[in-house]
Design a protein around this ligand. Structure first.
Ligand code: ADP
Length: 459
């Protein structure tokens, strides 16, 4: 079965709820109406009978005949019924009875079922399947005034109202469906807009495009979430593209050298020292390949931000000491290393990553340091920060390159041409700093070398 469209669903819901609401209202109105009308019928009856009481007079002598008045001989006198006496008014039948129960004047629809008289009391009686209300008042000298009204007087009105409501019901249903449809269209329109825009982006495969966020409501938030998802997709896509480009670019040179060395060695019979030299070069280049791939993988992992980086409280001095131990094999040029590490500082960090960060900086200090030079590693607390200085007195970095050296594959001109390197080390340093919400910068120093400053949040 085809799933129901959002618009149809909202239309059905809206009209259903509205119709149920209308039916409940209708039932409520009918019930209230019924009781109000019944109450009305009763009070009309009572009022008419009470009003008629003063229109009936008994006197012993016949008075001057009034126009429209009725005279009835009764006992030794006369009954005068004024012309304002209401015989049949608003469905109330009024009749006058003698003390012996005989009808003197007026009409009574329930003449065969007449209940006993009772002064000022409202009774009801069923006659030929119809309910009647009866109200009596005693007029002077044992005369009874009886008012009778059929309950159907009220039912008729209720039935009329019901008929009217049932007649307009289809109209209300139509309004409910049309209203529901309009509301559904109103809410569906921006969603459809988002869906169309999203389709356009996905078919165009241009991940740099974004949905236009024009609203500050749930739909606006949906567009925003969609945009941030696109942003993440674009980042991942870009990272993957860059990784592929970097790998093919960076691996090409060492691979070409390895191939060339192999060809050279296999070209013809070589002497032992020539083979050794070729193998030496191949081994160096293979090491370089391994370094580059490992660094690129690490960089890609750090940049993706997907791998959870666990951080725990640690002493940065320990990380610096571990980095020194790790770089010992790289120590060269008779460079002297000094440590000035303030104890008792704690930062929140990932130890292996911080060791890697400091090791990269120390390895560079050796690589770009001078013969018999110095490297000084300083850790100190500065306010809420733990700051590590890695200073050397080597070639230094020209001020215009101090920012760019952190870009992947950027190697400043200061680097001795023969010095091996991939240009990824500092990019990794910056990424590690970034996942620690720390900063790293390169400055010059009095010794003409460079100082790298890493600033971490102390806890
Ligand atoms: P690599 O050392 O493999 O070239 P890095 O990313 O570690 O790559 O460094 C990038 C560049 O920054 C280096 O090529 C060099 O020009 C410069 N650099 C890094 N550290 C130092 C330093 N301690 N002194 C002088 N220059 C440096």
């Amino acid at each position: 079965m085809k799933p129901m469209r959002f618009k149809t669903r909202i239309t059905l819901w809206f009209s259903g709820v509205l119709l149920v609401f209308f039916l409940i209202l209708f039932l409520l109105i009918t019930v209230i109406n019924n009781s109000v009308l019944q109450q009305n019928v009763k009070s009309t009856l009572i009022n008419t009978v009470n009003g008629n009481v003063s229109e009936v007079q008994y006197s012993l002598t016949a008075a001057e005949p009034e126009e429209g008045a009725v005279y009835i001989r009764y006992g030794s006198g006369y009954i005068l019924i004024d012309r304002r006496f209401l015989r049949l008014e608003s469905g109330v039948y009024s009749s006058l009875y003698a003390a012996d129960g005989s009808l003197l004047y007026g009409e009574n629809p329930i003449v065969d079922e007449n209940p006993a008289f009772s002064n000022g009391r409202l009774t009801d009686v069923r006659y030929e399947g119809v309910k009647y209300y009866v109200f009596d008042r005693m007029v002077e000298d044992g005369l009874w005034l009886r008012g009778v009204i059929s309950e159907q007087e009220s039912r008729g009105l209720v039935q009329n109202a019901t008929r009217l409501i049932l007649l307009i019901f289809p109209l209300i249903a139509l309004i409910a469906v049309a209203g529901g449809y309009r509301i559904a269209s109103h809410f569906a329109a921006p969603l459809l807009g988002i869906s169309r825009e999203a389709d356009r982006i996905s078919t165009g495969a241009d991940l740099s495009k974004r949905l236009s966020v024009t609203r500050d409501d749930e739909i606006g938030r949906l567009a925003q979430s969609f945009n941030s998802m696109l942003q993440r997709l674009e980042n991942t896509f870009e990272r993957e593209k860059r990784f592929n480009r970097d790998v093919s670019h960076e691996l090409r040179t060492p691979l070409a050298v390895i191939c060339a060395e192999c060809e050279y060695a296999l070209d013809r019979e070589r002497s032992g020292s020539e083979y050794r030299e070729a193998l030496q070069t191949i081994s160096e280049k293979a090491g370089e390949l391994s370094d580059i791939t490992q660094s690129l993988l690490m960089l890609s992992k750090l940049e993706s931000g997907t791998s959870q980086i666990e951080r725990s409280p640690l002493d940065p001095a320990d990380a610096v000491r571990a980095a020194v131990r790790e770089t010992e094999p790289a120590a060269q040029k008779n460079i002297a290393l000094e440590l000035h590490l303030e104890p008792g500082i704690t930062v929140l960090g990932n130890e292996p990553l911080l060791i890697r960060l400091f090791a990269n900086l120390i390895a560079n200090a050796y690589k770009y340091g001078r013969e018999n030079g110095h490297i000084s590693l300083t850790l100190r607390r500065e306010g809420q920060k733990a700051v590590v200085y890695v200073a050397d007195d080597g070639v230094g970095v020209p001020p215009e390159d101090r920012e760019r050296i952190f870009d992947r594959f950027y190697r400043a001109d200061n680097a001795p041409k023969q010095s091996s390197g991939t240009g990824i080390g500092l990019a990794i340093v910056r990424e590690i700093a970034s996942v620690h919400h720390a900063s790293v910068k390169c400055t010059g120093n009095d010794a003409g070398g460079s100082t790298f400053v890493v600033t971490l949040d102390a806890v």
